[in-house]
Structure formats: structure tokens, C-alpha cells
Design a binder for this molecule. Sequence first.
Ligand code: DGL
Length: 259
Amino acid sequence: MSKQPIGIFDSGVGGTSIWKELNLLLPLENTIYLADSKNAPYGEKTKEEIVSLSKKNIDFLISKNCKLIVVACNTATTNAIKVLRETYNIPIIGIEPAIKPAALQTKTNVIGILATKGTLSSELFHRATDLFANKIKVVEQVGEGLVQLIESGKLNSEEIKALLKIYLKPMIEANIDYLVLGCTHYPYLIPQLLELLPEHIKIIDSGKAVALQTKAVLEQHLLLNTSHNKPELMFYSNRETYVLSSLLEETYQIDYLDF
Ligand code: DGL
């Protein structure tokens, strides 16, 4: 049982930022990463579409014998996690913007969040903000266009830099001291963000928390892989695979999936 892989999916390549944290914390685990890049961005889709795409991804991962699913996408988590947990009887871990730690640590009482339209308009996000950030100001910004540019391999482009400049301006003016990255594609923007943000503003994301939660749930269900064989790390994508491979630090085989 425990040798079964962990299944991870995202609307595209961004969830690899989560896969890296998982692989770092749980290096013995076999993993299968699925990039549904053909359907990115999820952030512009309806809740129903996001639920249906998420189910299709999970069906594929379950067909590959996965023991646990990590939804490495804030948009899919905030729009679909409840239905997904009701539908499947294996553990499902989600990712949500790190509003709580940012709200607890802010000194200026103003935090910024950069996320997709789908995440920022979700009920789950509103509930988290009402619960954890009701005494502070939250400057919300949709990162329109960022996922598309990253998916097309334009991570280090002037276009991305120009968009980030526009998106950060109101946050900097509002005196944020924490910037929450509410999309798993965005940790790849950290070098550009550091160039644009004043030094005192800290960037926070949920990658490590997701890895820790995954470990805890595996332990709880007695599903940790204790075998010391070299783990099998598999990647699937339904678009050209060069962007995905450019984000992985080592060379892995990526299989094209026609779905
Ligand atoms: N990585 C996804 C997320 O965390 C991107 C969503 C999208 O495809 O718009 O929200």
C-alpha cells in the first residue's frame, strides 16, 4: 500500500513548486505529477468547469494507483475541494493562500494577496479572510495574465515584469508588509518580485505547509513509504513539455498525455 505514489495535479506547471516541497520533505515517496496545461488558466473558469477538470485529473491519478492526492492549485482547491472530498475516498490535500500566517505577523496591519480571479472570488477564500484577517486590511489583486505567460515559457520576460509592476503598486502604496502568493505558479516569480518590492515586504506562500500536512496525513493513515528504493518520479502533461521540464531542476522523463 505505502509504495503507491502520491498524485499531484495543477492546471499546469505551477504545481511543481509544491511538488518540489513534497519531494524535499518526503524523498522516499513515489510521485506522479499531472500538468493540465491544455486547460490553463483555471482561474478564469466557472466553479463547475473547475470541479469537472479537477475530477478528470483525479480520475487519471487514481487510475495510476495513487494513494493520496495533492491539489497543487489554489484555484482548484478553493472552488472544488469540498466536492472532491465528497466524491473520492482517498485523502485529498488542498492548498489555500497563506492569509492566516500573514495576518498574524503583519505589523502594518495591511497585507497584499496576489491570486487568480477564481481564488479571490471563491467562498472558501472569503471565509478564510473573514476568519483570520477581519481586523486588518487585505489588498487583493488578480494576477491576470501571469499564469498564461508562465505557461508559455515567458517567466523572465519584460511582459511579466511590467504586469507585476502594475499589480504591486497599489499594495506598496497601501503599506503592506506581507505579500501572500495565492497561486502555485507565482513562487517562480519570486526573483522578479524581490527586484520590485521594497526590502521590508516579506513574501509568503503555502508550499511548505502543504508538504507538512501531506506528511501528517500519510502518517495518520499509515501510508508513508518506508522502502529505501530509489523513488519513481513521474510527470505527465497534455501540452508541449518544454516549459515543465525547464522548471524542474533535474532531468525527468515527461510523458505527453492526450487528454
Ligand atoms: N496554479 C494555479 C493556482 O494555484 C493556477 C490557476 C490557473 O490556472 O489560473 O491557482
